[in-house]
Design a protein. Structure first.
Length: 172
């Protein structure tokens, strides 16, 4: 089975909060697709609370589109990581990692600045599979924590697991 890109970087040295260009590829028509790792917490040192990450997902995807989309790139999807330490963002185009970090900071400022009584978009049984499982307070707490810590850029090549280490880990 092919090893996915995320499993080829050393999560023990990953800095967070951070952005990392995780993968770049081209479609058969030549469009460039990039996948970014938007890491909110250091791996294996914590997890975002479930209701908070769910609410964050509802707001963050829209706010990120407002700050990333341009004539040269467009967000395809933003999805939470199963480990609950961040999100993956897929897009068409090629923004610089520093631009993605600035957009992430702006999107989190937008979220942190919402009135506590703001209604969560699409939090109803017709548009959401767990519409009662939300917490704006938790989502804003996550946003504030990330903003307090600051967002850095990680490079995959600085965290790459070598072939020997990958073979060793595969044998476990």
């Amino acid at each position: 089975m092919p090893l996915i890109d995320s499993f080829q970087v050393d999560h023990t040295i990953m800095r967070a909060p951070s952005v990392r260009l995780a993968k770049s590829m081209h479609t058969p028509h030549g469009d460039e697709i990039e996948v970014y790792d938007l890491r909110f917490l250091r791996p294996n040192e914590g997890m975002m609370p479930g209701k908070g990450i769910h609410t964050l997902e509802h707001f963050f995807a829209s706010f990120m589109r407002e700050h990333v989309n341009s004539p040269r790139c467009e967000v395809i999807d933003i999805s939470p990581m199963g480990c609950r330490t961040g999100f993956y963002m897929s897009l068409i185009g090629h923004p610089e990692p520093s631009e993605v970090a600035a957009a992430m900071e702006s999107a989190l400022r937008d979220l942190a600045g919402l009135d506590p009584d703001t209604r969560v978009p699409a939090a109803n049984p017709y548009q959401c599979g767990s519409y009662e499982y939300h917490s704006l307070a938790e989502a804003q707490g996550i946003a504030r924590t990330v903003l307090e810590r600051g967002i850095v850029v990680n490079l995959s090549e600085d965290m790459a697991l070598g072939e020997d280490k990958l073979r060793e880990l595969d044998g476990q």
